[in-house]
Design a protein around this ligand. Structure first.
Ligand code: C8R
Length: 266
């Protein structure tokens, strides 16, 4: 057989989603060092070279539509990190507001305030079984290609661990300006709620936030939030809920001080 034939590789598949983020590996390494050296120097002993390798090893040379939790296990073991009891903050369809809040409340943690979430936030990645390279052209789209793609399986896996590790009173920021304030298909509704450990989580405190000026659509008394309450009841976890929690409302008003709902604070 001529050598040229042996070296031929099929071209990477065309998926419907955007491809791997350019310079993914360098970004992951840089974020790992930023987090472990600057953001939380108490994690300075973590081996970012090893972590970066374990991250890419989880998906390179593999079918990006049959990713598994096991693929990410070595990465998970290298990145364990305790979050103090009472300090976990979940969110669903409220990413910006939840992260605005933890930026000010430095003692509270969303998943993106832990090492692995910090490294991966906003990035895309996938590999290809016929190549040891990343696929920078396209990656599977959750809806149009497959749900077990390298990227979605990662978020499911890390979200599951984040919830399993939570203890004490845990918090969630929900978006009251959309119809499904509690969405059973979201990562929060599908993964996190079911992986809280009743033996160490006493209560889930929900904060249902309305966008300033939105015609208020859903609140603590809505049926979707009641579904959440029932799920937790069955799991022996107490539920409490507050609409437009003041400290987060203040953050909304910082961004939009002229709004009539913010008059009180002027
Ligand atoms: N979590 C899930 N998904 C995350 C994420 C995260 O921390 N960080 C990012 N960037 N993503 P959504 P949800 C990506 O529908 O499904 C954890 C993923 O592509 O508003 O309820 C976190 O702990 C994912 O598909 O929220 C949080 O509590 C979307 O953004 C929930 O799960 C999630 O967008 C949030 O997941």
């Amino acid at each position: 057989v001529p050598v040229g034939i042996l070296m031929w590789r099929p071209p990477p598949k065309q998926w419907k989603g955007e491809g791997t983020t350019a310079h993914l590996y360098e970004i992951l390494l840089g974020r790992c060092y930023t987090y472990t050296q600057i953001v939380r120097p108490e994690l300075g002993h973590k081996d970012c070279q090893k972590i970066g390798k374990a991250f890419t090893k989880a998906f390179l040379s593999k079918d990006p539509c049959s990713s598994t939790e096991q693929d990410y296990q070595p990465l998970m073991e290298l990145t364990d990190e305790p979050v103090p009891c009472d300090k976990t903050l979940f969110w669903s369809k409220s990413s910006e507001l939840a992260h605005d809040y933890t930026r000010v409340r430095q003692d509270m943690f969303t998943l993106e305030d832990t090492l692995l979430g910090y490294m991966a936030d906003g990035l895309k990645w996938c590999g290809d079984p016929g190549s040891s390279e990343m696929n920078y052209h396209s990656c599977p789209d959750w809806r149009e290609d497959c749900s077990n793609n390298s990227f979605s399986v990662f978020w499911n896996t890390v979200s599951k661990r984040f919830a399993e590790d939570a203890c004490g009173v845990v918090h969630v920021v929900l978006n009251g300006s959309i119809r499904n304030t509690f969405d059973e298909r979201s990562t929060f509704g599908r993964v996190e709620v079911f992986n809280l450990r009743p033996e160490k989580v006493n209560r889930l405190q929900a904060w249902v936030m309305h966008d300033l000026g939105s015609v208020h659509s859903d609140s603590c008394s809505s049926s979707s939030v009641n579904d959440l309450k029932q799920i937790l009841k069955r799991r022996s976890i107490t539920f409490s809920c507050q609409n437009n929690y003041g400290p987060i409302r203040l953050l909304q008003c910082v961004k939009n001080p002229g709004h009539s709902s913010c008059r009180y604070y002027r």
